[in-house]
Design a protein around this ligand. Structure first.
Ligand code: FES
Length: 60
């Protein structure tokens, strides 16, 4: 695998981890770009208070 290749991984806990994301644009429901870092995690459990990002609430 290329070291800088954008990768999306669904983890065992349910969060979705995006790495090497400099080339990735995350859009909201209206198509507006949401600022991100080079690595970020998206919530896939629905418990986060920081949607669309995982805030660790899936552990509770
Ligand atoms: S997956 Fe982490 S808060 Fe939902």
């Amino acid at each position: 695998m290329e070291n800088n290749k954008p990768t999306i991984q669904i983890t065992a806990t349910g969060k979705v981890v995006v790495t090497n994301a400099k080339q990735v644009t995350l859009l909201d429901a209206e198509g507006q770009a949401i600022p991100t870092r080079n690595r970020f995690s998206l919530c896939n459990c629905g418990k986060t208070l920081e949607a669309p990002f995982c805030d660790g609430a899936h552990k509770n």
